[in-house]
Design a protein around this ligand. Structure first.
Ligand SMILES: C[S@@+](CC[C@H](N)C(=O)[O-])C[C@H]1O[C@@H](n2cnc3c(N)ncnc32)[C@H](O)[C@@H]1O
Length: 252
């Protein structure tokens, strides 16, 4: 007698197709996550952040392209909810990173603490030699230009958010007497990454974290060089993530 099929079980055909898809993805060097990895399809972590994540969607671009990095921003921000201090993002762009941080830390900012979103909104500054990728491809001055209105809209639900318009590090002295629990450095190039790390790392509270968005990204060799040089001197380990990000924690 033929046995009834378990409705949850995958057919041989489905298994075969899934194996083929895995092989194709692996051959193209683009398979980073196992199918069973939870965060990709898990609505639980995403639910509170749907409004912010929706702002990442662009016509014709796969919505998952930044999801792992967004997940890490959320994870790290949620992990510092118990610490006191402000938060910051160097390189706000369209405001999604800052909005995720504000949402994750909602209700935990002290009366004098803020989230500071730094950006000139004039696109990238002129790259230097350290920013030249091995492939020859590098960023150009003016790339990634956005407008402040978009960031204002996304940060409008968060009364503790401040947008600091200007070239990094010009506006940093205004927050010089603050302490930070989380700083997201996402400026792609050597000089602003160096300036951001030099300014913010000493101002992190013990247990606070620096999240370096571009550290393992081939097109951002200058951002990596800035971090490697700084932390070679200071001695803190840089924890690299498969997403291209890296984290450095401030020791207690
Ligand atoms: C990759 S985008 C940031 C993405 C954003 N953090 C996110 O999570 O969506 C890089 C941003 O850094 C900004 N930027 C780069 N260098 C800068 C500098 N020296 N001063 C101010 N802004 C800068 C650019 O204007 C751009 O908006």
């Amino acid at each position: 007698m033929k046995q009834a099929r378990n409705p949850g079980a995958r057919s041989r055909f489905e298994k075969y197709m899934s194996k083929l898809a895995d092989r194709a993805a692996a051959a193209s060097g683009r398979m980073l996550y196992k199918r069973g990895v939870r965060f990709l399809g898990d609505p639980e972590w995403r639910a509170p952040y749907e409004a912010e994540l929706a702002a990442d969607e662009r016509p014709g671009k796969p919505v998952h392209r930044a999801l792992d990095r967004r997940f890490m921003v959320v994870q790290l921000a949620e992990s510092v909810r118990g610490l006191s201090g402000s938060s910051a993002e160097c390189g706000a762009f369209r405001g999604v990173g800052s909005a995720l941080i504000c949402r994750a830390l909602e209700g935990t900012y002290g009366p004098d603490d803020c989230h500071f979103a730094f950006d000139a909104f004039e696109g990238l500054p002129k790259p230097v030699e350290a920013d030249r990728a091995k492939t020859g491809q590098w960023w150009s001055e003016g790339d990634l230009k956005t407008d402040r209105d978009q960031v204002e809209r996304l940060l409008s639900p968060f009364p503790h958010a401040r947008i600091e318009v200007g070239w990094i590090p010009e506006r940093f002295p205004e927050v010089g007497n603050r302490r930070f629990r989380l700083v997201h450095v996402d400026v792609d190039l050597f000089e602003p990454t160096r300036d951001s790390i030099e300014f913010f790392f000493p101002r992190l509270v013990p247990g606070g974290a620096l999240l370096l968005d571009d550290h393992g990204v081939i097109s951002c060799p200058g951002a990596r060089k800035a971090a490697v040089e700084y932390f070679a001197k200071s001695g803190e380990p840089i924890v690299e993530l498969p997403s291209g990000q890296a984290i450095v924690w401030k020791r207690g």
